[in-house]
Structure formats: C-alpha cells, structure tokens
Design a protein around this ligand. Sequence first.
Ligand code: DX5
Ligand code: ZN
Length: 220
Amino acid sequence: MQKPVKKPIIAPSILSADFSNIAAAAADIDASGAEWIHLDIMDGKFVPNLTFGPKLASDLRPKSPGVFDAHLMVCEPERLADRFAQAGADYITFHIEAVTHAHRLAAAIHGLGKKAGVSLVPSTPLSLIEPLLAVVDLVLVMAVDPGFGGQELIPWCLDKIRALAGMRERAGQGFLISVDGGINQSTARSAREAGADVLVTGAAFFTAPDKAALVQALKG
Ligand code: DX5
Ligand code: ZN
C-alpha cells in the first residue's frame, strides 16, 4: 500500500517567466492555485547567471497575494537580506556555502520579522546545515546545480531530503523542507514521498498550457 503524503505547497519560480511581463506571470501563478512565488536571485558570482534584485520584488509585491519565497544565490547574502525584507519577501533563504556566520544571519532575518531559510547545493552534505536546523523555518534542498532553470533533477538529492526529514522527525523540529530544481509531473511524487513540503517549479510551470491542472497534478 502506498504511504499517504501531505499535500505540498507549490512555489512557481519566475526565473522561467517572460521577464518582459512579470506582472502577468504573477497573475498566472495566483490563478493557478499555487500558494507561493519563488524569487531566484542570482549575482553572477555565486552562480554563473544574473537575474534581478529587490526592486523587482518590491514592484511585484502589490500585484500578488502569494507568499514571496526569496532564494538568494549570492555571495555575502547578509548584505541583501534587509533589502529583500523591505521589498516584501516573506521567506529569505541564503546558501550555507555563501556565509561564514550563518547562525547570525538567520537571527538577523528573524530580527527583520521574516522567516529564515537555509539552502545547500547538491554536493554539500547535510552535516553542514545541521547546527542551524533548530533555528531555521525552511531548508531548501537543491536538486540541481543552481544557476539555471529547466535542468533535470539529480535523483540522489532525494536521499538527502529523506535523511533530512528523518533528522527533523527525530529532533521534533518544525522547519519546512523545500525541493528546488527539476520538479515536474514525473518527479513531484518521489520528492513528496521523500519528505518535501514545498515544491519549487520553474520550467514545468511556465511551459504548462494549463497551469491550474499542473498545480493539481503536482499536489496529487
Ligand atoms: C535554479 C533555481 C530554481 C530553478 C527551478 O538555480 O534555484 O528555482 O529555477 O526551475 P526548474 O523547475 O526549471 O528546475
Ligand atoms: Zn530557486
């Protein structure tokens, strides 16, 4: 018998949207039934691509009722957290590989009145974020090497999600587990069964002709 899994939160990433019409992308996300909007912030240094900064988030804020999930793929994320807080981000997630004083940054994000998330790339072991698990609200597990949308999910990243869910259960912690990269109708179920609560979806969402149907399919 298949184990029942909780309905996930769906977080479409505007990385795969038409950047000349981001307001329409936000409207599509809202109409689809997805609860969150995932904002991929890239600095051209931490990852080999550039996207946008806090002004776009701030301009988009009044146009969308969704939860703003800012994923900072930048070096020195401590320099940008307050700008994204002011711009209206609800979750501010930084990469463990990009900071020295991660615990201090999580506390600073909480001090700004926001939820703090920590992310790790596929090659980073879970042990590196273990000391933060008692304080963060979200762990974003990258299932592709970050920088670009439309890549294929790396299957062994699901083992990290499974291990992380086990750590959370044993410690009685309450952080959300988000999976980012390569989520589509074929991969969503295994990501959920591994323990993901939030499914980030970029290419699959923005290429879907019927976005509401895709969201329902991802929720299963
Ligand atoms: C990758 C980004 C992801 C990505 C997800 O660096 O962090 O959010 O855009 O897009 P898909 O679903 O296309 O892999
Ligand atoms: Zn992302």
